[in-house]
Design a protein around this ligand. Structure first.
Ligand SMILES: Cc1ncc(COP(=O)(O)O)c(C=O)c1O
Length: 410
């Protein structure tokens, strides 16, 4: 029988609290799209860690930027009256390629904080514009918006909510691709809706790209009813969909955009919200009003320095364009395995996707067999494995993944 001493003091995220400490794989080193564990085993990372390591591992440029910033000052807060150059520069940089004109950028340290911030900013902007009754956040089934109470209450994966109630009021979840149900809800409640919240591609829920016209439909409904449209781009942002934003890939312009993960490729935790000029103007409408929202680390200079170096790599190495080639090769390879009867199905959008096992094949067993073969994937449920490789993965590494899946799923 295992006991507390077998579990160890680290209470792991998204894991059984009763898992034996020695059963976790300790990752100790990384280079490019590969990582090594503490026993020396080498893996091709098919998941960019947890959907974030877009520029890959071991990037000296980012380590240097971080060390330089720490040499000057590691951190100093940005609550009034303080600021710092790195936060100002990063806000300018992200604003320059943001999907909406005249955007302003709010910083957090994670995607969950970004989602909660976007929800709060949407509500308070309407309140400042004289519509405090607009409080409802409409989201979708299968959505993942993080684990803090705003995003947790809004998301659409019931297993994640079990045992954690009561939840934040005013969250309404509509069936994932049902634009008609959304239209009906908006027709009946539109004047009380603060925002429609959606991932452009639903990620952690199993990688579901939007159905034809769905995002455009959400934009239309938000406009018709005076609500904001929030894109949660915590996975989609910073190159994953072949452009800096999913909004640009799909040609639909939201009002607020959340980001995290690949903004630094995970080198230092950072997240945030892009706030369109239209929404920002509501926050700016009363010059006696104070935005009473912010985290200790909102605008953390070392995290911002990591992001600036990371964005420079994405641009200099044309990783957005590379994402398109990666997606074609990887998911094209998996589609051949579907035709060969090895896999049940493939869903993908540019460089993020999922494979569905044939009936009777357990995805957890396939994941474990892939780990044994030196390939990392993520099991979302008993049928589905997800893929989101670093955007520096080579063609031969992609081919090794497809070959390993062909063997493991046969
Ligand atoms: C779309 C989306 N939103 C929010 C989050 C939460 O981000 P974090 O885990 O950094 O809090 C995630 C994490 O996977 C995500 O995929």
């Amino acid at each position: 029988m295992t006991t507390r001493s077998d579990y160890g003091p680290f209470l792991h995220p998204y894991a059984k609290p009763t898992k034996n400490k020695s059963d976790f794989i300790g990752i100790v080193r990384g280079e490019g799209a590969r990582v090594w564990d503490r026993n020396g085993a080498e893996y091709i990372d098919g998941m960019a860690s947890l959907w974030y390591a877009n520029v890959g591992y071991g990037r000296k440029e980012i380590a240097d930027a971080v060390a330089n910033q720490m040499g000057e000052i590691a951190a100093f807060h940005c609550f009034d009256p303080f600021s710092n150059d790195r936060a100002d520069q990063l806000a300018q940089r992200i604003g320059d390629f943001a999907p909406m004109p005249d955007s302003r950028i709010f910083f957090t340290s994670s995607g969950s904080e970004a989602v909660d911030s976007a929800i709060k900013l949407a509500r308070v902007a309407h309140s400042q514009a004289g519509e405090p009754e607009r409080t409802i956040i409409v989201s979708r089934g299968r959505a993942y918006h993080g684990v803090t109470y705003g995003g947790l209450s809004a998301q659409g994966l019931p297993l994640n909510q079990a045992g954690y109630g009561p939840f934040v009021e005013g969250m309404v979840n509509i069936a994932p691709d049902d634009l008609e149900a959304m239209a009906q809800f908006m027709a009946e409640n539109g004047s009380k809706v603060a925002a429609i919240l959606t991932e452009p591609v639903q990620g952690a829920g199993g990688v579901f790209p939007p159905t034809e016209g769905y995002l455009e439909g959400l934009r239309r409904l938000a406009d018709q009813h005076g609500a904001f449209l929030i894109f949660d781009e915590v996975i989609c942002g910073f190159g994953r969909l072949g452009a800096m934003w999913g909004a640009q890939h799909y040609g639909v312009t939201p009002d607020l955009v959340t980001f995290a993960k690949a903004v630094t490729s995970g080198y230092i935790p950072l997240g945030g919200v892009v706030v369109s000029g239209m929404v920002a103007s509501k926050l700016e409408s009363d010059d006696t009003w104070i935005l009473r929202h912010g985290h200790t680390y909102s605008g953390h200079p070392t995290a911002c320095a990591a992001a600036l170096a990371n964005i420079a790599i994405i641009e200099n190495e044309s990783l957005c364009q590379r994402a398109t080639q990666i997606g074609e090769r990887l998911f094209g390879g998996f589609r051949t395995l579907v035709s060969d009867g090895v896999l049940g199905d493939v869903r993908s959008a540019v460089a993020v996707g999922a494979i569905v096992m044939r009936e009777g094949v357990d995805s957890i067993a396939v994941r474990d067999s892939l780990l044994g073969a030196g390939v990392i994937t993520r099991a979302i449920n008993a049928e589905t494995l997800t893929w989101c490789p670093p955007l520096v993965i080579s063609d031969s590494e992609i081919d090794q993944i497809v070959d390993a899946v062909a063997k493991a799923a046969s």
